[in-house]
Design a protein. Structure first.
Length: 341
């Protein structure tokens, strides 16, 4: 740390403040210290830090998998947000399994992390009691389960799917498929996005045609989007629009549509959900719902950081749990017809 201080032209205390995420440091100084850290290859001795302060400066991130683009990009955003606060992140994919998620909730990484950002996919609402009195700060992501005892950052699934469906309805499309349905009774975001889809149809006096529901129980990957789209088309129902419950499904569905000679958006308009990087480079580029991924990451890290600061103040009263809904917007690209006007 002394070497970093000399290299950056600051005091050792300033280096310590930057590395511990102390907020009252000028941004120019913070950047100079970080540049020196990178140049010298400085690494924090986590074990020594725990012994000295009782905190490691490391937080955990538990997500179902990194191979699904949304979670990979979310992890990148959380890493960037944590870095701005001088925090390091240990990422633990849980494999969409109950066992993996229960393991992540146990004292994370043997006590090496100070708190956890947790995105469950296998645990359900009946498991919410597991989040009580964990003994460390926890920020919950997603829609699979809710608890009044922990902080929760989530997205507007119903509003997003409803807006996506309305975009196609406004373009005159009426035979709109929903790709990404799950048979699980507690399907979290899948059920919420279906709710938004069905609400939009109901508001226009259109009944849901079950032949237009594409099932993807094997996870929301491109191949399953293509398979679900094929099942819908093979049913013989006419399709002029698609609302896919994530962008990977949408890209798979577009592949299947085009393989069958259908033009996008002339024959079939397609809307995805998540605004992953691939959506900007698909052919055609994909209209999608931006659910506020960066906002979710920034807010989750900020809440966790504040909770960690509370634990360092003896006798400090813990603030009430936060439920935060990120903003959403439709990003229109080539896969849907242009709106008139």
């Amino acid at each position: 740390m002394a070497d970093v201080a000399r290299h950056a032209g600051v005091s050792v205390k300033t280096v310590s403040n930057v590395l511990s995420g102390y907020p009252h440091v000028r941004e120019a100084t913070r950047e100079r210290v970080r540049a020196s850290v990178d140049a010298l290859g400085y690494e924090i001795n986590v074990t020594a830090k725990i012994f000295r302060s009782g905190r490691s400066g490391v937080v955990g991130l538990s997500v179902p998998e990194l191979g699904q683009p949304y979670f990979g990009e979310l992890a990148d955003e959380i890493l960037a947000a944590a870095r701005r606060h001088g925090l390091q992140v240990l990422i633990e994919p849980t494999g969409f399994t109950r066992e993996g998620e229960l393991a992540a909730l146990r004292v994370p990484r043997g006590g090496l992390v100070d708190g956890l950002i947790f995105s469950p996919a296998a645990l359900v609402q009946a498991d919410a009691h597991l989040l009580d009195d964990l003994g460390y700060p926890l920020v919950l992501l997603g829609e699979q389960m809710f608890s009044s005892s922990v902080d929760h950052v989530t997205m507007r699934n119903i509003d997003g799917a409803q807006a996506a469906t309305e975009l196609l309805l406004d373009a005159g499309r009426r035979q709109i498929a929903a790709i990404g349905m799950l048979h699980a009774e507690t399907a979290g975001s899948a059920w919420l996005r279906y709710t938004g889809y069905s609400k939009a149809l109901e508001a226009r006096g259109i009944e849901v045609d079950t032949r237009l529901l594409g099932w993807a129980d094997d996870a929301w990957h491109r191949a399953n989007g293509a398979r679900a789209m094929a099942d819908v088309l093979d049913s013989g129902v006419r399709v002029d629009g698609v609302v896919a419950f994530n962008d990977a499904l949408a890209i798979g569905a577009m592949y299947e549509l085009q393989a069958r000679g259908l033009a996008i958006p002339q024959d079939v308009g397609v809307v995805g959900f998540d605004d992953i990087e691939d959506s900007r480079y698909s052919v055609p580029t994909l209209t999608t719902v931006d659910p506020g991924r960066r906002e979710i990451a920034n807010v989750a890290v900020d809440i966790l950081r504040r909770r960690l600061q509370e634990t360092q103040r003896p006798g400090a009263e813990r603030g009430s749990p936060v439920l935060y809904l990120a903003g959403m917007r439709i990003v229109e690209r080539e896969s849907t017809p242009r709106r008139s006007g």
